[in-house]
Design a protein around this ligand. Structure first.
Ligand code: HEM
Length: 334
């Protein structure tokens, strides 16, 4: 965050409270996420500053402050793409849409925008449902045999199969997507030490560097041949890779490095977020049965009614969504 001079509804008349180095650093090294949550809880919505030596970021946690920073006064808070915090991210995605500002951001954003209109999203729904159904059907056998499955791995597989089909037109196969996804997990863990002490120059080796470099090599091994193939044989496809390989609005041909950055950024933003969300949804729902019930009701009302009004579960003859799961199916019966 580059500035907090206008931090919102509780204006800062004085310098925000600072968490001293001897408290901030050990807590962040021990448990980065837990430490940030604890600092925010202690601050009770006020902005605090973390003293990490030469690097002193602000921690903003009040919803109204977030509204101001991310929406109402967004121009004041640039991503600071050259800043210390983004430096490790730029090592993996270069100058991609996710970290760029200004003309570079506009070029990638302009190329990708037509893929994300509401109208196009609607046309993707059927293909998305088809891919999800295929992936979920692979649970029928373990369900019938009462065999447990690894929820995290399965949700990863479902999200990757769906995203690769719908957004990448299967240009990246599911096994290749699994390789990229595992490499991105490694990257995220391996860059934590550098995120915590971002002022340390890259010439100084740090824990995680070797794993990071190997993961980047894996990603390049998978992604670069696919981009080269797409550039050698251009199509008018509306998938992410074909779109990114075309000349931009200003007529400029994007170079391979720029395309690679945007492809990795789009892969990561589209899959890691959804996998994390779907993985955490179930433990959270199991602790809130009232919310789980509302969600099930809504699915039955919306998907059951429109998706398969004429379908019937082969085991219990329920019309539409088979919520009893007696046939082992988690999708609309039929
Ligand atoms: C639960 C799922 C998701 C969450 C929580 C999420 C969250 C976010 C957030 C917070 C940002 C802003 C980051 C920043 O500017 O610093 C962002 C940007 C972005 N997200 Fe997502 N996202 C999700 C799913 C997706 C999916 C499925 C896609 C692609 C299909 C996607 C594509 C993008 C892109 C391209 C950007 C950069 C936009 C720009 O700079 O113009 N995200 N996302």
């Amino acid at each position: 965050m580059s500035q907090v001079s206008d931090a919102g509804p509780a204006p800062l008349n004085t310098e925000p409270r600072t968490i001293p180095l001897h408290r901030a650093l050990p807590a962040l090294v021990r448990d980065p996420l837990g430490a940030l949550v604890a600092f925010a809880d202690d601050a009770a919505g006020e902005v605090v500053r973390l003293n990490l030596g030469t690097f002193r970021p602000y921690l903003v946690s009040h919803p109204e402050h977030l509204q101001r920073v991310l929406r109402d006064n967004v121009a004041n808070y640039t991503r600071d793409g050259d800043g210390l915090l983004w430096r490790p991210v730029r090592r993996i995605v270069g100058d991609a849409i996710l970290v760029a500002e200004g003309e570079v951001w506009e070029s990638s954003r302009g190329a990708l925008q037509p893929l994300f209109t509401a109208k196009r999203a609607e046309t993707l729904v059927d293909r998305m449902a088809e891919a999800i159904n295929e992936a979920v059907d692979e649970w029928l056998e373990p369900a019938r045999e009462g065999r447990p499955i690894d929820g995290g791995a399965e949700l990863t597989r479902i999200v990757l199969r769906t995203t690769m089909r719908v957004l990448f037109a299967d240009r990246i196969s599911v096994p290749d997507a699994l390789r990229i996804s595992a490499a991105l997990d490694t990257v995220t863990t391996a860059m934590l030490p550098r995120l915590l002490v971002p002022f340390v120059p890259y010439a100084v080796p740090m824990p995680g560097d070797r794993a990071f470099n190997e993961a980047v090599r894996t990603i390049d091994e998978v992604v670069l041949p696919i981009i080269r193939e797409a550039r050698a044989r251009p199509t008018d496809g509306d998938d992410i890779i074909s779109t990114l390989c075309r000349p931009r609005a200003d007529g400029q041909e994007p170079d391979e490095y720029a395309i690679r950055g945007d492809v990795v950024a789009m892969f990561s933003t589209a899959t890691e977020t959804t996998i994390a969300l779907l993985s955490w949804l179930w433990p959270v729902l199991s602790s809130r049965p009232d919310v789980a019930e509302r969600m099930t009701d809504e699915i039955e009302r919306v998907v059951g009614a429109t998706g398969s009004a004429a379908s019937t579960c082969p085991s219990c003859a329920t019309a539409g969504w088979c919520s009893t799961r007696c046939c082992g199916s988690t999708r609309p019966a039929g």
